[in-house]
Design a protein around this ligand. Structure first.
Ligand code: M6R
Length: 604
């Protein structure tokens, strides 16, 4: 749940370490620090607060070195403070370590180390590592052997990077937390995620669990925990540095909302046949012949993409169910023969989702990762992977990846349905044609949206409800999550028909209700809207331009282009992303980095 980075190469590393940390700040932003090595030992700067505070500290008090490590933190053990910020050092200050993940046996290790006289300066689980390295060094090990000796004692999940004042190398390892090397011309890099170093290199090496890497200015070596060489190839990623920058936008979230036409095109590109079918290279016809049910496991926005797909799969006669990954991991349902478990995860690193996929694998199910990140843990854990190709998403609030997840699930669903039922889904041709037109429709929504005005009107209300049916229910949940996540105002999503079974008691004239209509069951939704209006609740309808029922009933509407009913709610979601964004902006919230959250949640 933190970001780690390292650089070793020609010239000073401190500026690029801070820059790479800025690119990784979406992973955590309560404190940050760097350590660099030069001829006079290790120099460290660390600060509570955002990377900007670290940048100020580094420019006031310059530290330089050709080799260094950096960290941006999302606290798990120990409050955000200068002392708890990484890097952490041993008693002598010769060793510095950064860490992402959780060391589960840190209490016992710390007790033993303190009993042996080690002095701790922080409350973190991480600090045991430099002291363990120190012990091994004192026992005569060289720095690499000492690093191995330390990690052999750790339980939990971790990506670690270490520097030692006498060695021109960075030592790193991963188990359960991501780590990727960047191979550049003048320097080599290491980070929790590729966008960190995209402005320096596109050539990457994905490390696997149990790998130990030694990175020097012009080389890298990867071994297993026993020191046996393993081969990890260099891959070139096709993300551009601009993809990881804010460009002309004030916030990554707004940029990413506006990127949806492009990201959707990327998701769909080359995956639709001229003859009205889908062509998923990874999954030729017959791939899913043995499948008789699908379980989606996911968290947050990705869970809502699963719910969206579940509502469609049901219509297509494919038995599908969506589970919160954290529940699936601890209270799994019966996983019978023929179950395909699809982990939906933008990052591919969400611990809860990985936990659910592991449970599925243990139960003998076939697993598939639907993810944005090639080389991610989910992609490597699962039997198969389908990449949504949305490009890097930096804003903590997931936006473009939701649209791409749903689009990819429509494609995957068509492939599965054809294998499972032996025929195309009902209305396949019209739906897939509409999918081709979806990027253009999103463009229309973005160009004409009145969401800012609606947000201005309702941003300050007590509570915000979102309702819908089927795919529009999934979007109601997603819209409420987005709204609460970035505005800090109360927001809830409900199945429209459930409102009258309890939540209606909360509706007053200060409870705006956003009613999402996907073009199905309009009359029922209209009744639910009237139930709200009778209690003085103002209603904003989000509906296709052609939907007279809601347009005539709601107090105001945000319209979307008319398209296939299965896809309308994706467009409605774009409107609601904009409502959340503008409301948060009105309230002056830190939109890209909401309090207490991080982009990638690698703890359970
Ligand atoms: O990377 P993942 O898709 O697995 O992440 C899952 C959730 O943590 C994520 O969708 C979260 O809910 C978003 N911040 C919501 O905007």
């Amino acid at each position: 749940m933190c970001g780690i980075t390292a650089r070793v190469g020609v010239g000073d590393s401190s500026e690029s370490l801070v820059a790479t940390l800025e690119n990784l700040e979406y992973r955590g932003y309560d404190s940050a620090g760097i350590a660099v090595k030069n001829g006079t030992g290790l120099k460290i700067q660390k600060r509570e607060g955002k990377v900007a505070q670290l940048r100020d500290a580094v420019s006031e008090n310059r530290i330089e070195g050709e080799l260094g490590i950096g960290h941006t933190r999302w606290s798990t053990h120990g409050a955000p403070s200068d002392a708890n910020a990484h890097p952490h050092v041993d008693c002598t200050g010769r060793v510095a370590i950064v860490h992402n993940g959780i060391i589960e046996n840190h209490d016992a290790l710390r007790r033993d180390l303190e009993a042996d006289g080690h002095e701790f300066r922080s409350d973190t689980d991480t600090e045991v590592v430099p002291h363990l390295v120190e012990d091994a060094l004192d026992a005569g090990a060289d720095p690499e052997a000492a690093f191995r000796a330390a990690i052999a004692q750790l339980e939990g999940s971790y990506a670690l990077a270490m520097i030692h004042e006498d060695v021109d190398a960075v030592f790193a390892t991963r188990t359960g937390s991501p780590l990727v090397l960047g191979i550049g011309a003048d320097a080599n890099y290491l980070a929790s995620d590729v966008p960190a170093f995209l402005e320096y290199t596109n050539d990457v090496v994905y490390l696997e669990d149990g790998d130990v890497a030694v990175l020097t200015a012009d080389d890298f070596r990867v071994t297993d925990l026993d020191g046996v060489d393993v081969t990890r190839g260099v891959e070139t990623v096709d993300w551009a540095a601009e993809d990881a920058g804010k460009g002309e936008y004030d916030h990554f979230m707004l940029k990413e909302i506006h990127e949806q036409p492009k990201s959707l095109r990327q998701t769909i590109q080359g995956r639709l046949d001229d003859d009205g079918g889908v062509r998923l290279e990874e999954f030729p016809q017959g791939t899913f012949d043995a499948v008789n049910r699908v379980h989606f496991v996911a968290c947050g926005t990705s869970y809502h993409a699963g719910l969206y797909a579940e509502s469609l799969f049901g219509d297509w006669n494919v038995d599908a169910q969506t589970f919160l990954a954290s529940e699936y991991a601890t209270h799994p349902p019966a996983i019978r023969d023929g179950t395909l478990v699809v982990g939906i995860t933008q990052s591919g690193e969400t611990a809860d989702t990985l936990g659910a996929l592991e449970v599925a694998e243990d139960a003998g199910a076939r697993t598939l990762a639907l993810t944005n990140v090639v080389g991610s843990s989910a992609a490597r854990l699962c039997d198969d992977a389908l990449f949504i190709r949305a490009g890097p998403e930096i804003g903590v609030a997931a936006t473009k990846t939701f649209s791409s997840q749903v689009a990819a699930l429509v494609l995957l669903g068509e492939r599965i349905a054809r294998d499972v039922t032996g025929s195309p889904t009902p209305d396949a041709e019209a739906r897939l044609d509409a999918l081709m037109d979806l990027p253009e429709h999103v463009d229309t929504v973005l160009a004409n949206s009145q969401a800012a005005e609606v947000a201005d009107r309702y941003a300050h209300e007590d509570s915000h409800f979102f309702i819908g049916r089927g795919s529009a229910f999934a979007v109601a949940l997603e819209a409420a999550l987005k709204f609460k996540e970035i505005t800090y105002e109360h927001a809830e999503g409900f199945a429209a028909g459930e409102l009258k079974h309890g939540p209606l008691a909360l509706v007053t004239e200060t409870t705006p209700v956003f009613a999402v209509c996907n073009g199905n069951n309009e009359a029922k939704l209209e009744s639910n809207v009237r139930e709200v209006q009778t209690r003085d609740g103002p209603v904003v309808g989000i509906c296709p331009r052609t939907s007279d029922a809601l347009a005539d009933t709601a107090d105001e509407t945000l319209t979307v282009p008319a398209t296939h009913p299965d896809l309308v709610a994706i467009l409605a979601n774009v409107q609601l992303q904009l409502v959340a964004y503008h409301a948060a902006n009105d309230l002056d919230r830190p939109i890209d980095k909401p309090r207490n959250l991080a982009k990638s949640v690698t703890v359970e």
